[in-house]
Design a binder for this molecule. Structure first.
Ligand code: SAH
Length: 295
């Protein structure tokens, strides 16, 4: 059956898959969106104009891409699977679309071309590294679908159950907002997990071009890593137990340094549990400790 653009996403997807006789790879997170409403909502969240260049990671057979192309100046799709990329290519041709570029590569391994928005139903197994990779680029906003549990960690603030190193690492780079949940029934084949769409807006609290900011952010990352390896212990014990993350082998040496530099402020932070320290407090703690971080 020819896709006339009116049939539902579910039947279009079924047709495309059976026509190409393709065996989907769960190792690449190949679950395709088949819910017309969710597709529309995701496109709307991006507020596209004909000036936007959109980056899409893991386009699959183009469920979002073909629609994005109607509203944006250009869409750049990075798809790792050659078979899937070929299907996308032929659908682009069938629909006479001329503003989609496909890059058939692993998105973790290529440099991204210039873009100002990101819209993607991300392959779940690369959620963390691809998010951090995106943060090295400057852009206006990203509308991203993640596994719900991952999004919950992105969205949590201090004291909440899902507050984590991920929440802390994102805080100074982007604002994270919840947009909507997407149940697993909205995909073909149906995955084991539900999804959540979030919006990331860079907050530019850090200028990574600035050497001092960059250094401080690296220290902040190390302190956060050490703290969240023991997020329910007191911060002092967490740091001492994970001392290798900040360059110490000798427990006594770090203990003595923390004793020597103790101020009321430092004592206050160190007596709390990492789960209760806000990103701002972890940054303050980093500033107090930065001269003693050895790596
Ligand atoms: N966005 C589409 C498809 C989601 S499935 C939709 O909503 O329907 C995820 C897609 O990401 C698959 O096509 C898979 O082949 C691709 N993919 C997985 N890992 C990737 C990687 N590292 N780089 C680029 N694409 C990847």
């Amino acid at each position: 059956m020819k896709n006339n653009g009116n049939s539902s996403l579910a039947s279009q997807t079924k047709n495309v898959l059976s026509k190409n006789n393709i065996k989907l790879k769960s190792s690449l997170g190949q679950n395709f969106l088949i819910d017309d409403n969710k597709q529309k909502q995701i496109i709307n969240f991006a507020n596209l104009t004909k000036k936007d260049t959109v980056l899409e990671i893991g386009p699959g057979i183009g469920t979002l891409s073909l629609e994005l192309a109607k509203h944006a100046f250009k869409v750049i799709c990075i798809e790792q699977d050659k078979l899937v990329a070929d299907i996308l290519e032929s659908r682009i041709e069938e629909n006479s679309i001329n503003n989609i570029e496909i890059i058939n590569e692993d998105a973790l391994k290529v440099d991204f071309p210039k873009f100002n928005k990101v819209v993607s139903n991300l392959p779940y197994q690369i959620s963390s590294p691809i998010t951090f990779k995106l943060l090295d680029y400057s852009f206006d906003k990203a509308v991203l679908m993640y596994q719900k549990e991952f999004a919950d960690r992105m969205l949590s603030t201090a004291g909440e159950k899902n507050y984590s190193r991920l929440s802390v690492m994102l805080a100074f780079r982007v604002n994270v907002e919840f947009l909507m949940n997407v149940p697993k029934e909205c995909y073909m084949p149906k995955p084991k997990v539900n999804s959540t769409v979030v919006k990331l807006t860079p907050n530019y609290k850090y200028n990574l071009e600035n050497k001092e900011d960059k250094q401080l952010f690296e220290y902040y990352a190390k302190i956060a890593k050490a703290l969240f390896q023991h997020k329910n212990k007191k911060a002092e014990n967490a740091l001492i137990n994970s001392r290798h993350e900040i360059g110490y082998n000798d427990k006594k040496e770090l203990k003595k340094i923390l004793e020597d530099i103790k101020t009321d402020k430092l004592t206050n932070y160190l007596s709390q549990r990492p789960v209760n320290l806000s990103p701002e407090e972890i940054l303050e703690l980093t500033k107090l400790l930065k001269d003693f971080i050895l790596i």
